[in-house]
Ligand binder design. Structure first.
Ligand code: FES
Ligand SMILES: [Fe+2]
Length: 460
């Protein structure tokens, strides 16, 4: 199609093969209306400046104008279920201690002692009060100063003015968002129409796994590797047999600046394959990847691979979803992935995956990637305890101590690219990164908003 493409309007070209909407239209159990929509918009073709990924000055601006101003996911509400439960959220050089201060109240304090500056909390835990481990200055769960040893030596300390500085807190879908800017817009305004377009309630999911790992690249380099399926054909060729990679639908909704989406259909062949596999081959390939070679279930007459595999997933999830709720084929099978500005990547449907990406302190060449696997649980039973974070060293593999299975192989392949990309960005003589008009539009959409926040004359 290359010759024809040059005649087309910019951004209008699409891969050969059935579109996501054409696949979804044939499903046995139809998807929710939110998945039957597509809303791509051409956002231009200009390069993205390389300095955004490599320069200390850009990183410092991100700290000042983005991280200290923007709503961001700090933890799950289920991570701190009881009054007195705490967890820590570090972002760049800032640190917040997140506390459940009352059954229905969560607070986020700057995690620094007002005496000489020790961090108050280092690991998730449970406290009656926030007590500094150095000299014992103590605050209650509402941040009020309570006591210190040798009070006689601090007549100049006014307890009223020794309140722990606080960040704003709000929640959506079981996630705790924080914002260090007291003058920020409300979270509901920040999220725009995202809650309306994301019809899954993560409040009724629980965290089954939480794994983090340092990666030797900028946080945006890592995140952007997960915002497109363009790289699947070369980086993850083992997935091609049963994934419509180049037919992925990329959605940026006009006027919605802080979230976008992609949908990649599974149990359909990639348009990159030379011959088309049969429906039974699609089933065998996907089951083989998941359960080992030879795993197979025979298709019934007239049944599609999607129809059969979705049915198997529904059987698996029985008892974990509210009675009467129907899981569509697409929600059971497809990669339905959203990006919430700036660094949160929740998946829709029942794919369970969520990513978060953060800078590693003040180093623009290092970042922390987290994978949080959510699972629905029996709504009639008690909420299971969420998984604790497993921190992998930079030389550790995503398969070490996790049950990521197939996904560990995929991450291993991604990790091989990322430090090379960062090294290349620092070595390049080219001023900008070039993006595809359609398949990489989510990266462009993100950078547009990032530019608004960092540009003092922008509309951020
Ligand atoms: S530094 Fe915290 S009590 Fe001294
Ligand atoms: Fe990848």
């Amino acid at each position: 199609m290359t010759a024809a493409n040059t005649q087309m309007e910019l951004g209008a070209a699409r891969s050969d093969g059935p579109s996501v909407q054409e696949v979804l239209a044939l499903d046995v159990v139809a998807p929710p209306p939110e998945l039957r929509e597509g809303y791509y918009e051409y956002l231009g073709s200009e390069d993205i400046p390389v300095e955004r990924y490599t320069s200390q000055a850009w990183h410092d601006l991100e700290v000042e104008r983005l991280w200290r101003k923007v709503w961001q996911v700090a933890c799950g509400s289920e991570d701190i279920p009881n009054v007195g439960d705490t967890t820590v959220y570090d972002i760049a050089e800032d640190s917040l201690v997140i506390v459940r201060s009352a059954p229905n109240q969560i607070r986020a304090f700057h995690n620094v002692c007002l005496h000489r500056g020790t961090t108050l909390v280092e690991e998730p835990g449970h406290v009656e009060r926030l007590r500094c481990p150095f000299h014992g200055f103590t605050w209650d769960l509402d941040g009020r100063f309570v006591s210190m040893p040798c009070r006689w030596d601090f007549p100049h300390v006014d307890a009223e003015r020794f309140h722990l500085p606080e960040a704003k807190v709000d929640t959506w879908g079981g996630w705790v968002f924080v914002n260090m800017d007291s003058g920020c817009m409300p979270l509901s305004e920040f999220l725009g129409r995202f809650p309306e377009k994301f019809p899954w309630d993560h409040d009724h999911f629980t965290k089954q796994a939480h794994v983090s790992r340092l990666i030797a690249c900028n946080w945006k380099v890592a995140m952007e590797a997960f915002l497109e399926s363009f790289h699947v054909v070369v980086t993850h060729p083992q997935l091609l047999m049963a994934m419509g990679d180049a037919n992925t639908q990329y959605d940026v909704l006009s006027g919605e600046r802080r979230w976008n989406r992609m949908i990649t259909a599974q149990a359909v062949p990639s348009p990159h394959l030379s011959g088309e596999p049969t429906q039974q081959e699609l089933v065998d390939n996907l089951l083989g990847m998941q359960f080992g070679p030879g795993a197979s279930v025979a298709l019934a007459e007239g049944q599609t691979a999607r129809g059969l595999l979705a049915m198997l997933v529904r059987t698996q999830l029985q008892g974990a979803v509210a009675e009467g709720s129907v899981i569509s084929d697409s929600e059971a099978l497809d990669a339905i992935q959203y990006h919430v500005f700036p660094n949160f990547v929740p998946w829709g449907g029942y794919s369970r995956i969520n990513y978060r990406f953060r800078p590693d302190g003040s180093d623009p060449n290092s970042c922390i990637m987290e994978v949080m696997m959510l699972s629905p649980f029996d709504p009639a039973g008690p909420r299971p305890s969420p998984a604790a974070e497993l921190r992998l060293a930079p030389d550790q593999d995503w398969g070490d101590g996790t049950n990521f299975g197939l996904l560990a192989d995929v991450f291993r392949q991604d990790m091989a690219n990322l430090p090379r990309l960062q090294k290349g960005l620092r070595a390049t003589r080219k001023a900008g990164v070039t993006l595809g008009d359609y398949q990489e539009v989510r990266i462009r959409h993100f950078h547009r908003e990032l530019g608004r926040w960092l540009d003092p004359d922008g509309e951020g």
